[in-house]
Design a protein around this ligand. Structure first.
Ligand SMILES: [Zn+2]
Ligand SMILES: [Zn+2]
Length: 362
């Protein structure tokens, strides 16, 4: 056990508390990563607000990068001093989902309440999302990390581990977009911008961004959107058809949590198109659609978690794209904050900013 500083959630909806906590040494197959950067994701905020339940006290944070500072027994291919990104994708490697190439939906349960974290007085402390990265260090499974070049900026690298893989992966792995197809992306926030640049990288013909904010539609164009539609229009899908030459899209990606976006999503689709559900509405929220329409014109609804990525395959690709100037990461960062400023950084993220706030450790 060692003592580190972490931002702890003690009560849903209350500010996080900076505390000294205890972190266990890495066990079998685990590594300790000393973090350089962790971004604030909307999922962290939803958890801290109690939207999805979970154990308390807890440490959130799951979009991180740093350097390996200790290696447990049985770890292969990683060594102290390696630069890595840390993801929440904890996969067993052997269940039917993992064996079928879908580690993001691993079927083996993982008990975050009995992870490596304890409070200063030795009480249970939940390592939320198998990461607990709002902290100076994490201990995670070796399957959750991917090596990155030592000279890659860690604040940019941190973004790859959630927002970027979720958006780009949804286009490539879930929608399986082919070059020349048309795409609608609902929501031009952190994940939406990455779906947009994923569609550009995949060779989309036209990319229509839909958002409530004219400012975000402007940013969407910087990331590759060819058209912008205001979601506040009465029937925004009509403006999207117009942009797409009178036809619907081959894929619509819903990157927001607001239910009307889910109700409306099939309206944007061409015959045979598919809607990919990426956003994370609160538990219990329900959407409605007409099954007969989907059946009659062969449309599909697909859920996608973390972009259906295989991190060991997809993250090195995305790092290359970034280093070749084909994937924007630095442009996604709206602010840099210290761990002590985390509540301000969260408040700033909740103002609806399109981009990511990153906690950097000195
Ligand atoms: Zn996230
Ligand atoms: Zn598994």
């Amino acid at each position: 056990m060692q003592t580190i500083k972490a931002a702890v959630c003690r009560k849903f909806g209350a500010p996080l508390v900076i505390e000294e906590v205890q972190l266990a040494a890495p066990g079998m197959g685990e590594v300790e990563v000393t973090l350089d950067a962790v971004a604030i994701c909307h999922s962290d905020i939803s958890y801290a607000e109690g939207a999805w339940g979970g154990h308390l006290p807890a440490v959130y944070g799951h979009e991180a990068a740093g350097m390996i500072s200790a290696v447990g027994e049985g770890v292969q291919g990683f060594a102290e001093g390696d630069s890595v990104v840390v993801t929440l994708i904890r996969s067993c490697g052997t269940c039917p989902s993992c064996a079928g190439g879908k580690p993001t939906i691993c079927e083996t349960p993982h008990d975050t309440a009995n992870g490596p974290l304890k409070t200063a007085d030795g009480q249970p402390l939940d390592q939320a999302m198998a990461c607990g990265a709002f902290a100076e260090k994490v201990v995670v499974d070796q399957r959750q990390i991917v090596k990155i070049p030592a000279d890659m900026a860690k604040d940019a690298a941190a973004l790859v581990s959630c927002g970027v893989i979720t958006g780009v992966g949804a286009v490539v792995n879930a929608a399986q977009l082919r070059a020349g197809q048309d795409v609608v992306v609902i929501g031009a926030g952190g994940v939406g911008l990455n779906a947009i640049q994923g569609a550009r990288i995949a060779g989309a013909r036209r990319i229509v961004a839909v958002d409530m904010s004219p400012e975000k539609l402007g940013i969407a164009k910087e990331f590759g959107a060819t058209h912008g539609v205001l979601a506040t229009e009465e029937k925004p899908w009509k403006a999207a058809y117009k942009a797409l030459g009178g036809r619907g899209a081959d894929a619509v990606l819903i990157t927001v949590g607001a239910i009307p976006a889910y109700d409306q999503a099939p309206r944007y689709l061409a015959r045979g198109g598919r809607a990919v559900l990426i956003g994370m509405p609160h538990s219990g929220a329900k959407a409605a659609y007409e099954p007969v329409v989907l059946a009659a014109v062969g449309q599909g609804l697909i859920g996608s978690k973390m972009g259906d990525v295989v991190i060991q395959r997809d993250i090195p690709w995305m790092v290359d794209l970034y280093q070749q100037g084909r994937l924007k990461l630095d442009e996604l960062i709206s602010g840099r904050w210290t761990l002590e400023q985390i509540n301000e950084a969260i408040a700033d993220t909740k103002t609806g900013s399109a981009k990511r706030n990153v906690i950097v450790f000195g």
